[in-house]
Design a protein around this ligand. Structure first.
Ligand SMILES: [Zn+2]
Length: 613
């Protein structure tokens, strides 16, 4: 009875008018004790379905292609109407039916929220955050109409000074943002993440549109603190360049970068007028102890998620139109929506003047090395990688490097290769930028079917691209980048890089865990480790009679010669195994790209058009 009495208070909604409540579900959100990591959610439906009202939680959140089963965090569910308690039954893994009922009906859920990622819901004594997909079930039959959300102030003393940051439209809120918000439909309701904390914000305008970077978490104080003015200035340039790419058309009225700074986190999720980001606090710009490489990574993340405002939030695959929130939504087009976004995230830093051409080539070379370093790029095509994202990319295991290709990294290289192809075929007249502009003009509101992008690229450029796309998307053949680079005044070299399992002279053909024991993570195909019978999970105890662990393995490898058998002591399932292993010379796997010193005139012109260098 206590829960019932308490929820009656949760569900009051003094601000909504009678007309509003008739048509819109009203969500009320409350947290009594942040330390318990529980949200109390109430959904009020004025006129529930006569034969019972169904409520359903998404199984996934758009932008992150994994069935996450948000319903598994629901701790308890109950319902009541003016007449008293209403029976609620679970009808499938994500749905609840309240029946028999009359209006107004109140469904109450208690939801556990301790997922500090950009994809879920969180509350503790430092901050609160949520995506609607993780907390707010849709009222069946009412998804396409307006949805109202009331966020109640958290009374606990730990929440003193907390404010609400979200791009959802405020209807009736106090100075700190607590109160009522409205969304046009359920799809929009769950597309505005909400940060509630003692955050700090810096604002700027890009092409006349207001933007904010809302920073939460610990990010340094005093003279060691983050230089937010520099961050805002750099992000502003990147935003302005991207807006320019799409003809100055901004698909939102204002934009928030909701940024959580943590010790080692990294990740982002795109939304229609905002993004949720988790960054490493050491990567924020600083007056002292600044980490330039880390800062570039951070800016790349900002750039990536912002680019999605056009590509995937507005220009969508037909497979996502509309989203089906009850199951996987398969598409063959993630090479475009994630890969081309990845291409433009670093390119935008160059074009915006935040990095120079030499740095850009270094980032490009890293991407080439990443694709090349995954033997799976010779096994899986990009279209297959996209289709299987739900069961492979998002559920990696020890064999993933051998069997899969990243539609982010290889997709980015396809974008680059296509850009270079168009530039050289048209003497620099047509570029990928022109194709992206046409894509925006023609598909901002017309979903993209398989093949549409390929046809558009041909139509815009007048270049026959059938062979290019067949090879890039539906075969595992290498992209022609190596042949393209000299024509753009770029020198390309391969060299042997350094990593834990590989010294300059030998490799065991396996990847190892980085900490403590020398435990095999992945056995690469047809290499010494595979021939020696090593398996993922095995611990290499000694090599050539020398005891090894994760830290000392590289040192011992340096003493071995390629082609020469040495003793191998390993352990599996608590039992020591003795055999031999024959290390081999490693293949060059690190790509180096450099501006050629004296390219010919046409290469120089193409390079200038591409890199501005
Ligand atoms: Zn992305």
């Amino acid at each position: 009875m206590l829960a019932f009495a308490a929820t009656l208070i949760v569900c009051t909604n003094p601000s909504a008018s009678a007309e509003q409540t008739l048509s819109s579900p009203i969500y009320t959100l409350r947290c009594d004790d942040p330390r318990r990591h529980l949200w109390q959610v109430c959904v009020t439906v004025e006129q529930p379905a006569a034969d019972g009202q169904r409520f359903r939680l998404p199984v996934w959140i758009p932008g992150s292609y994994l069935v996450r089963e948000y319903a598994r965090h629901v701790v308890s569910v109950s319902a009541h109407s003016a007449e008293g308690p209403v029976a609620v039954s679970k009808t499938d893994k994500q749905s609840w039916q309240a029946a028999p009922c009359s209006g107004p009906l109140h469904l109450e859920l208690t939801v556990y929220a301790h997922d500090e990622s950009v994809r879920g819901a969180w509350v503790d004594d430092r901050r609160a955050y949520f995506n609607g997909a993780a907390l707010l079930p849709w009222a069946e039959g009412l998804e396409s109409g307006p949805q109202r959300l009331r966020i109640e102030r958290i009374a606990d003393p730990c929440a003193a000074g907390w404010r609400v940051a979200t791009t959802m439209t405020a209807e009736d809120v106090d100075a700190d943002g607590f109160g009522s918000y409205v969304a046009a439909d359920y799809d929009e309701l769950i597309d505005h993440p909400v940060e509630i904390a003692a955050w700090q914000a810096v604002g700027f305008e890009a092409c006349g549109t207001p933007h904010r970077i809302v920073l939460s978490g610990e990010y340094g104080r005093g003279e060691h603190g983050a230089d937010l003015a520099r961050l805002a200035a750099d992000v502003q340039k990147v935003c302005a360049w991207q807006i320019g790419l799409f003809g100055g058309q901004v698909p939102f009225a204002r934009y928030d970068f909701l940024t959580l700074a943590t010790r080692g986190g990294y990740g982002g999720l795109e939304h229609r007028a905002s993004t949720s980001l988790i960054v490493q606090r050491d990567h924020l710009p600083r007056a002292r102890g600044h980490d330039e490489k880390g800062y570039r990574t951070l800016l790349g993340l900002f750039s990536h998620e912002y680019f999605h405002s056009w590509l995937v939030k507005r220009i969508k695959p037909a497979d996502f139109s509309p989203y089906d929130l009850t199951r996987e939504n398969l598409t063959r087009q993630l090479w475009l929506f994630e890969g081309f976004t990845s291409h433009y995230d670093d390119l935008a830093l160059l074009r915006a003047g935040v990095i120079d051409a030499t740095t850009y080539l270094k980032l490009l070379a890293e991407t080439i090395g990443r694709v090349h370093g995954m033997p799976g790029h010779r096994v899986q095509t990009l279209e297959d990688a996209s289709l299987d994202a739900w069961i492979k990319y998002y559920r990696p295991d020890e064999n993933s490097p051998n069997a899969t290709v990243s539609y982010y990294a290889k997709g980015a290289l396809v974008a680059l290769s296509l850009d270079l192809h168009l530039r050289s075929a048209t003497a620099g007249r047509v570029t990928l930028d022109a194709v992206m502009q046409a894509l925006w003009q023609q598909h901002a509101d017309a979903p993209l079917h398989d093949g549409d992008f390929e046809a558009l690229a041909e139509a815009v450029s007048g270049v026959e691209l059938g062979g290019f796309f067949e090879r890039a998307l539906r075969s595992t053949d290498e992209l022609p980048l190596h042949e393209q680079m000299p024509g753009f005044g770029i020198d390309w070299q391969w060299r042997v890089g350094e990593s834990d399992d590989k010294a300059d002279t030998v490799t065991l053909g396996a990847r190892f865990e980085k900490r403590d024991a020398a435990r095999v993570k992945t056995v690469l195909p047809s290499g010494p480790a595979q021939r020696a019978g090593l398996a993922p999970g095995d611990e290499v105890v000694a090599l050539d009679g020398w005891r090894v662990d994760a830290a000392t393995l590289p040192e011992v490898l340096k003493t071995l010669a390629p082609g020469q058998a040495v003793s191998l002591h390993s352990a599996r399932d608590g039992r020591l195994r003795t055999s031999e292993i024959v290390p081999v010379a490693p293949e060059p796997d690190t790509c180096l790209l450099k501006l050629a010193a004296s390219p010919d005139e046409s290469a120089l012109a193409l390079r200038k058009g591409w890199l501005g260098a």
